[in-house]
Design a protein around this ligand. Structure first.
Ligand SMILES: Nc1ncnc2c1ncn2[C@@H]1O[C@H](COP(=O)(O)OP(=O)(O)OP(=O)(O)O)[C@@H](O)[C@H]1O
Length: 248
């Protein structure tokens, strides 16, 4: 079977700071910015494949490139080198805002996001109650409010309820789950287990060993933008912990 995610020599370069303004002298004499390009590779030479139904946990220190990798798989960031092929749609929960628009009501955001993932208004009507029930009574009470007035926990509740209700075969989950309260996290865990049992592919970022052990069979380990580990999740956690201990 062909892999559902196929990253090949993936790389992305970022500016460390905003490009500085050109000086008058540069404009007059050169017409171009003489400052050296202050960039770095947030990710480079990243290659891996994920098969359908796999549960992969991505680990790495702060700033190692985890969220950036998720965004490239989701297609919201474009690599500067190499590429990532994704077969089948992706439902990403990668930022608190979940790509939702702050000025629109939560309800309009749901329909808009559903539409982006190929669901018609009638299909969203059918799923609306299931999504909002899962998100909880506070969210239901706020569905006609501008999304930006939602607390961060409420935002995650709605975004998680939505992405796990879509039909997309690949689900990406960033650390955002940590924002939910305990009762909600437990509901999310059950839903993630059901999704995996149903054959969906899960790609998650987590700093929680318990979560990684519970959901991921395989681990990928990023260190300063390089993929330094790919194997059974238990071994990857050990490798990551050993490096963290050595760095202390
Ligand atoms: N749009 C951007 N422009 C410039 N630099 C960026 C941009 N997005 C991320 N970075 C930088 O790229 C690096 C990787 O960031 P990323 O958010 O992917 O790390 P992470 O592993 O998810 O970190 P954390 O565990 O703290 O969430 C960091 O140095 C970050 O400052």
């Amino acid at each position: 079977m062909r892999p559902v995610i196929e990253a090949k020599d993936l790389g992305i370069e970022f500016y460390r700071s905003r490009r500085r303004k050109m000086s008058l002298r540069e404009i007059v004499f050169k017409g171009k910015n003489l400052a050296p390009k202050d960039t770095f590779w947030a990710l480079r030479n990243i290659s891996f494949t994920v098969e359908q139904g796999e549960a992969v946990g991505l680990v790495g220190g702060n700033g190692s490139g985890k969220s950036t990798l998720l965004k490239m798989i989701a297609g919201v960031m474009i690599p500067d080198e190499g590429g990532v092929k994704v077969r089948g749609g992706v439902a990403p929960l990668i930022e608190l805002t979940g790509g939702f628009l702050g000025e629109l009501t939560a309800r309009d955001n749901l329909y808009l996001a559903g539409g982006l993932h190929g669901l018609s208004k009638a299909q969203m009507d059918e799923r609306y109650d299931e999504i909002v029930d899962f998100a909880g009574p506070q969210v239901r009470a706020g569905m006609d409010m501008a999304y930006r007035h939602f607390s961060s926990g409420m935002q995650v509740r709605l975004a998680f309820a939505l992405i796990t209700t879509l039909d997309e075969p690949i689900v990406l989950v960033d650390e955002v789950l940590a924002v939910g309260d305990r009762a909600f996290r437990e509901k999310c865990y059950l839903r993630m287990e059901n999704m995996l049992a149903g054959g969906k592919t899960l790609f998650m970022v987590s700093h929680s060993e318990a979560d990684l052990r519970r959901f991921a069979k395989r681990g990928l380990y990023l260190q300063q933008g390089r993929l330094v580990g790919d194997g059974p999740v238990e071994e990857i956690i050990e490798q990551y912990n050993a490096d963290a201990d050595a760095a202390r």
